[in-house]
Design a binder for this molecule. Structure first.
Ligand SMILES: [Zn+2]
Ligand SMILES: [Zn+2]
Length: 423
C-alpha cells in the first residue's frame, strides 16, 4: 500500500492547522458582523454547473477539473471554486425570493488538477461570500471593505486594493472589437494558448502569465475607456464609497480575473509586504448575468473568495502570528516531582474552566520543560515543586514577558485567574 497522500493533497495538522483555523474563525466572525449567513453546498456537482458557470473557454474548465462518471454514467465534477455551486443552490431553493440582498458565505475544500507547488495544491481550501439581488454600488463597496477588513484582522500590513471595471454586455463588445483589431497584426507575438483565446475568448488573454503576452496586452486598448454610461457611473460611485471608507485603492486597467462570469466591478487585495509578483491575497467581482445564465431570474450579484492555504503560508512567511497564539492563555502545569501531581490536578480542575491547560506527565528538568512550553505557544507555566505542593503555593512564569509571580492558592486564586485573563 502506498502510504503517501495522493499527489497535490496534504494532511494538515499542528501549526499549519492552527493558522487555517485562525483564518476561518476570523472570517466567520467578520461575516457575522456584516450579516452574511453560512451555506454549505456539495463537494461535487453535475459537470454542467461548472461548464456553464465558470465558462467553457476558461483554463479551469479546459484543463483543471476533476471530472468523472459515477456508476450510473452521470458526469460529475469536484468543485473547482465556490460561486457556481452557491448560485446553483440559490436558484434550486429560490433563496432569492426573500428580502434582498441575499448574503451568504461558504468555506470548504475545492479541487483543481494543476501541477502542485507550495500554495497551489490539487485539493485546496477557499472561503468566500456572495451578495445577490442588489446592483447598488454600496454593496460593491461593502464586499470590498469586507475583503480588506479580513486581511487587516488577520494581521497583514500595507494592504492595497486593485480595482477595475470590465463592463457589461452592452459595452464589452465594443471593447472586444477594438482589442481584436489591435491584436490581429500582433498575433504571432502571442503564445499558442492566447492564439486560441483570440478566437474563442480574447478577454482571457489578460490572464496569461507569459511575459510576451503581457507585453502585447500592456500597450493595447483598455476596457475602462470603453465603459457605457451606466458602467462608468457604477464604478465612479464604488470609488467614491471606498474613499469614504478610507480604503486605499488603485485602478488597474489590466485586471480581469480568471472567470468569464464577471461584469462591471472586479477587485483584488494585495499586500506590499509580499515582494513577489504573486502578491494577490484575494479578490472578487460582480456577476450580474450569471444567475440568469443558469436559468434563474435576471438578478445582479457580487462576491469574493480567498485561498485559505495560500493565506496561511503567507502568514507564516511574513511571520504574522495569529492573535490567538499570543492572546489566548494556554497554561503549562509543571510537576517537578511525583508528589506535585495531587496539587496539580486540584489547580487544573479550576483553571480548565477558562483556560487550555496541559500537564507534564513525566517530571523532567525545568529548563527543558519551559523551552517546550515556549515552543508550543504556552503563555504561562505554573511550577509546582515539593515545597509548593505542601504549602499550596504557586509559582507562575509569564513566558512571553519573562516575569514571575507567586500566589497563595487558598487565598489568592482570583488574583491568579485575573493575571491569566490579562486583567
Ligand atoms: Zn456597460
Ligand atoms: Zn499567452
Amino acid at each position: 500500500m502506498d502510504l503517501n497522500s495522493p499527489r497535490g493533497t496534504a494532511d494538515i495538522y499542528g501549526k499549519d492547522l492552527k493558522y487555517r483555523n485562525f483564518i476561518e474563525d476570523t472570517a466567520k466572525k467578520l461575516f457575522k458582523n456584516f450579516n452574511y449567513a453560512e451555506i454549505k453546498t456539495p463537494t461535487f456537482e453535475h459537470t454542467e454547473v461548472f461548464n456553464r458557470g465558470i465558462g467553457e473557454s476558461t483554463d479551469i474548465v479546459q484543463k483543471e477539473m476533476y471530472t468523472f462518471k459515477d456508476k450510473k454514467g452521470r458526469s460529475l465534477t469536484l468543485r473547482p471554486e465556490g460561486t457556481a455551486s452557491v448560485v446553483r443552490a440559490i436558484i434550486e431553493h429560490k433563496l432569492y425570493s426573500k428580502r434582498l440582498p441575499l448574503k451568504v458565505f461558504y468555506n470548504g475544500n475545492m479541487f483543481r488538477y494543476e501541477r502542485p507547488q507550495k500554495g497551489r495544491m490539487r485539493e485546496f481550501h477557499q472561503l468566500g461570500a456572495e451578495a445577490v439581488g442588489i446592483d447598488n454600488p454600496v454593496i460593491d463597496a461593502e464586499i470590498i471593505w469586507l475583503t480588506n477588513r479580513l486581511f487587516e484582522e488577520l494581521g497583514f500590513k500595507n494592504l492595497e486594493l486593485l480595482i477595475n471595471s470590465i463592463g457589461c454586455v452592452e459595452c464589452r463588445p465594443n471593447f472586444l472589437k477594438e482589442f481584436k483589431s489591435y491584436l490581429e497584426p500582433r498575433l504571432d507575438k502571442l503564445c499558442s494558448d492566447c492564439k486560441i483565446r483570440y478566437y474563442k475568448n480574447p478577454l482571457r488573454i489578460f490572464d496569461c502569465k507569459k511575459t510576451k503576452c503581457k507585453e502585447v496586452v500592456k500597450n493595447g486598448p483598455k476596457i475602462f475607456n470603453y465603459l457605457c454610461d451606466n458602467c462608468r457611473k457604477h464604478i465612479d460611485s464604488v470609488i467614491d464609497y471606498l474613499k469614504k471608507l478610507n480604503i486605499k485603492y488603485e485602478i488597474n486597467y489590466n485586471l480581469v480575473r480568471g472567470f468569464d462570469y464577471y461584469t462591471k466591478t472586479i477587485f483584488e487585495v494585495i499586500s506590499k509586504q509580499i515582494k513577489s509578483a504573486q502578491n494577490a491575497l484575494g479578490g472578487g467581482g460582480r456577476y450580474d448575468n450569471l444567475i440568469s445564465q443558469f436559468g434563474g431570474p435576471d438578478m445582479p450579484a457580487i462576491g469574493f473568495a480567498i485561498g485559505v492555504d495560500r493565506t496561511a503560508i503567507l502568514m507564516e512567511q511574513l511571520k504574522i502570528k495569529p492573535k490567538c497564539f499570543n492572546g489566548f492563555k494556554k497554561v503549562y502545569l509543571i510537576a517537578m516531582e511525583e508528589k506535585s501531581y495531587p496539587f496539580i490536578l486540584e489547580i487544573s480542575k479550576v483553571l480548565r474552566k477558562d483556560f487550555i491547560c496541559e500537564i507534564n506527565f513525566k517530571p523532567k528538568n525545568l529548563g527543558s520543560e519551559l523551552k517546550w512550553a515556549e515552543k508550543n505557544d504556552f503563555g504561562f507555566a505554573v511550577i509546582i515543586g515539593e515545597e509548593e505542593a505542601s504549602e499550596k503555593k504557586i509559582t507562575i512564569k509569564d513566558i512571553e514577558e519573562y516575569k514571575q509571580y507567586e500566589f497563595d492558592w487558598l487565598t489568592q486564586k482570583d488574583k491568579l485567574i485575573d493575571l491569566l485573563k490579562g486583567k
